[in-house]
Ligand binder design. Sequence first.
Ligand SMILES: NC(=O)c1ccc[n+]([C@@H]2O[C@H](COP(=O)([O-])OP(=O)(O)OC[C@H]3O[C@@H](n4cnc5c(N)ncnc54)[C@H](OP(=O)(O)O)[C@@H]3O)[C@@H](O)[C@H]2O)c1
Length: 302
Amino acid sequence: MPNAVVMTGYGPPEVLKWAQVPLTEPGQGQIRIKVKAAGISPTDLALRAGYLKDAIPLPPNAVLGYEAAGAVDAVGSGVTGTSIGDAVSALLFSIGGYAEYAIASIWTRKPDTVSWIDAAALPTSAEAAIGVLRQLDVKSGETLLLFGGGGSVGIIATQLAVAQGIKVISAVGEHDEALARELGATPVRYGAGVADRVRALGAVDAVFDAAGQGVLADATALAGGPGRVITLSDPAAADFGVTLSQPTPDRAPGALDETIALLADGRLRLRAHQTTPMQQAAEAHRQLESGNVHERIILTLS
Ligand SMILES: NC(=O)c1ccc[n+]([C@@H]2O[C@H](COP(=O)([O-])OP(=O)(O)OC[C@H]3O[C@@H](n4cnc5c(N)ncnc54)[C@H](OP(=O)(O)O)[C@@H]3O)[C@@H](O)[C@H]2O)c1
């Protein structure tokens, strides 16, 4: 039997155990991947801790991981254009990436010039960035205020928006100011007084909250109401009349194809990341929760 990082219950990182799991066969329209690398996202930490157990209840022995890269190992019925051995990057809406084998319904071919690590770091952030930009329908010449512009989603959203001729004001911490500027945004420091710092730069047409939480009062004030404000994760969204954008297969179809092509051409940068062997997923979660690591962590299998 293959191994996976099994969540033995809700709780601290120690609930994650490297253990044997059954080998699942791909269903209709699915592929099975022999995983080389899997991304850890902030949502994984929230799921494991149990913060989302009402919204996203998990079965016993769930395997976390919304994104992975690897070689196709089995192909389900109805799958065309993908063969065993193909290198792919996959978005796993049904999770399961922290494993030797993962089942995927959404994937794209990995070009040789894209590393396994980058291919595993791309999917959820790219899908969310493209999805929210499409939902906000920001046009060339408009001004987008982005909270969390130094994060995994925010970095991609900045580059895509700038490439579309959108003026991006990026609310970031001190350590991400230079990065935001390099990507073509105008940085403002987040935290107390951010609304005044943004107003000093001019009017805002739309707001993308990729920060997590705590920015919606400023966001709705600056955008003149909630109509063109979207958050990825603030649980207070409904209180502000703001749309909480959820990951669904119809939010950003084609997002993986579009962004992996940009990565392959060197036209897209991802948030800095480091790697950890997948067997040490619990330690990786601990590191991320400690706040001592400013980079993402990608789990690897040799
Ligand atoms: N709904 C969805 O489909 C979906 C998909 C992907 C992600 N998400 C969620 O979206 C959020 C962002 O994801 P991510 O992967 O980009 O996370 P991330 O890489 O951790 O980035 C979050 C960024 O927000 C910054 N930040 C923190 N407080 C802020 C504030 N008050 N104002 C402005 N920026 C602030 C952080 O800066 P510091 O480093 O200075 O703390 C960090 O750069 C997470 O909550 C994640 O769970 C949701």
